[in-house]
Design a protein around this ligand. Sequence first.
Ligand code: ATP
Length: 264
Amino acid sequence: MSPSPASTAPTSPGPGSRSAAIATARGLTKTYGKGSTVVRALAGVDVDFARGQFTAIMGPSGSGKSTLMHCMAGLDTPTSGTVVVDDLTVSSMNQRQLTRLRRTHLGFIFQSFNLVPTLTAEENITLPLDIARVPVDRAYLAEVVEAVGLGDRLKHRPAELSGGQQQRVACARALVSKPSVVFADEPTGNLDSTSSREVLSFLRTSVDTLGQSVVMVTHDPVAASNAHRVLFLADGQIVAELSEPTPATVLDVLGSLTRQKVTG
Ligand SMILES: Nc1ncnc2c1ncn2[C@@H]1O[C@H](COP(=O)(O)OP(=O)(O)OP(=O)(O)O)[C@@H](O)[C@H]1O
């Protein structure tokens, strides 16, 4: 199966309507360093992440996956180009506005869980809301806790939980504020295959039943096959995409990219 070229058509919402894309980048570049040590991590990325979809980002090491995610999430500043999340122009925000955006509009899941060891699972889950001084929607919290299957673990501290359970706490924490987008950076990188399946299935459920939008960076074709769509980066550009991926079709595209690199 040959990959289709990535769609770059701009999204223009009608008056008063929400755009179909929850996040977009246009002409995104990111350069690190200067002179002879310059690295072009992003070389002009145009992308739309669809609202209510699970999108995976793949590509060889150093292709710019984390840089793209960090620029989309306001964790890094692009050198040029525009990032819009939920109709807010992230790329023109100052640090104070970015901090607020991350607190109020975004959820994060990292490879290393990043839980606070002295807090219980429940306290970790509600921490972003507590920091933002936003009241906890107890009904939604119960729904999320039920979906991640942590009901009997809420009073435990991270050290009393398995890696998979800790990552499920991190997933619940990312979702409980009903963010516009959840950004997940290698969320299964530290998990065994059973725990990975649980976390991925939960991320997919959060999209299918809770209406969440999720963007995930991964190296794992099986993880990527849980997404609705996979984008492939090479040398800081989106070079292919797949809809309704399977592990086999993802591997095919990765193989063709590697062959192009070797023979190109
Ligand atoms: N802070 C930085 N300073 C200098 N160069 C950087 C920095 N961050 C990333 N780079 C470089 O930018 C390029 C893209 O890096 P990035 O981490 O986005 O790639 P990646 O696809 O996520 O890689 P991996 O799969 O190995 O995590 C690489 O060449 C990397 O060395």
